[in-house]
Write a protein that binds this ligand. Structure first.
Ligand SMILES: [Ca+2]
Ligand SMILES: [Ca+2]
Ligand SMILES: [Ca+2]
Length: 235
C-alpha cells in the first residue's frame, strides 16, 4: 500500500500535474484545442500549446490520449489525468528539451522530442477530436525564432509573437535564437564563425539559417561587424 502510493506520487511529480483515478460524471476531454505551435529552423526548439476552448472545468481525462503529428508520425501519450474542476480556459504546454532550456521559458507540462512535428506542413491532432486539429501548409509556420502560428478558430490561422503558456498559467515570449552569431553552434562566437561568414560572403541564396545576421539578404561588412561585436561566449 505504502509503495503503491509512493509510485503514484512519483508519477504525478514527473509531469507536475495531479492524476486521479476513475471517471466522473459530467466530465470529459473533448474541448481541448491545438492552440499554438512554434518551431525554430532545425526543429530542436518546438512547442505545442493546447487550450481548453469553452470554459469547461472537468476536461480532465487525458490518460492515454495522444497528440500526434501526421507528417512525422510522432505521437505523445498523456500519462495522467488533471485535477477535478481545474480545466476551464487553461493551457497545456508540450515542448522539446531545447525549449525547456531557454532562459525565461515557462516550464513545459510535458516533454516531447526534438523534431516532433514537421516544419514544412503538418497536421497536429489531439485524439480523434477533429475540431482540435491544427493544419498548416508549406511556408505557413514561421521559423524566425520569435513568431508562432496560432489557431484561428473558425477563421484562418494567424502568426504573431509566441506566447507559450503552461497549466499553471506561466507564460512568456521566448527568443529561440539567443546566440545567432554562433554560426557553427559551438557555444561561442570565434574564429570558426568568422571563417564561415567569410566563406558565405556575398548575396544570400538561402537566408535562414545563414550568416546574414542583419537580414538584408547579403553577407557583408555589416554582418562582419555584428559578429565581431558579439565575439566570445554566448549569453
Ligand atoms: Ca499561447
Ligand atoms: Ca561558434
Ligand atoms: Ca547582411
Amino acid at each position: 500500500m505504502k509503495y503503491g502510493r509512493r509510485t503514484i506520487a512519483l508519477g504525478v511529480m514527473s509531469v507536475g500535474l495531479v492524476g486521479i483515478a476513475g471517471p466522473q460524471a459530467m466530465a470529459g476531454s473533448h474541448s481541448w484545442r491545438i492552440n499554438e505551435v512554434f518551431s525554430n529552423a532545425d526543429g530542436t526548439i518546438q512547442f505545442i500549446e493546447l487550450k481548453e476552448c469553452c470554459g469547461a472545468a472537468n476536461e480532465i481525462f487525458l490518460t492515454g490520449k495522444w497528440v500526434r503529428s501526421q507528417a512525422t508520425g510522432n505521437e505523445f501519450l498523456f500519462p495522467g489525468n488533471l485535477p477535478p474542476g481545474s480545466t476551464a480556459n487553461k493551457h497545456l504546454l508540450l515542448a522539446t528539451p531545447g525549449f525547456a532550456a531557454l532562459p525565461g521559458a515557462p516550464t513545459p507540462d510535458y516533454i516531447i522530442p526534438a523534431g516532433f512535428f514537421a516544419i514544412n506542413g503538418d497536421t497536429i491532432e489531439y485524439w480523434f477530436y477533429t475540431p482540435a486539429t491544427l493544419t498548416f501548409g508549406p511556408g505557413e509556420l514561421p521559423t524566425d525564432c520569435i513568431t508562432s502560428l496560432h489557431d484561428g478558430g473558425a477563421g484562418p490561422n494567424f502568426t504573431g509573437p509566441n506566447s507559450p503558456t503552461n497549466f499553471a498559467g506561466e507564460t512568456a515570449s521566448v527568443d529561440a535564437c539567443p546566440c545567432p552569431w554562433d554560426l557553427d553552434g559551438s557555444g561561442d562566437v570565434g574564429i570558426l564563425d568568422l571563417l564561415a561568414l567569410l566563406a558565405a560572403w556575398g548575396p544570400c541564396q538561402v537566408c535562414v539559417p545563414s550568416c546574414d545576421l542583419d537580414g538584408d539578404c547579403n553577407v557583408g561588412i555589416l554582418d562582419l561587424l555584428i559578429l565581431l561585436a558579439n565575439w566570445g561566449l554566448c549569453p
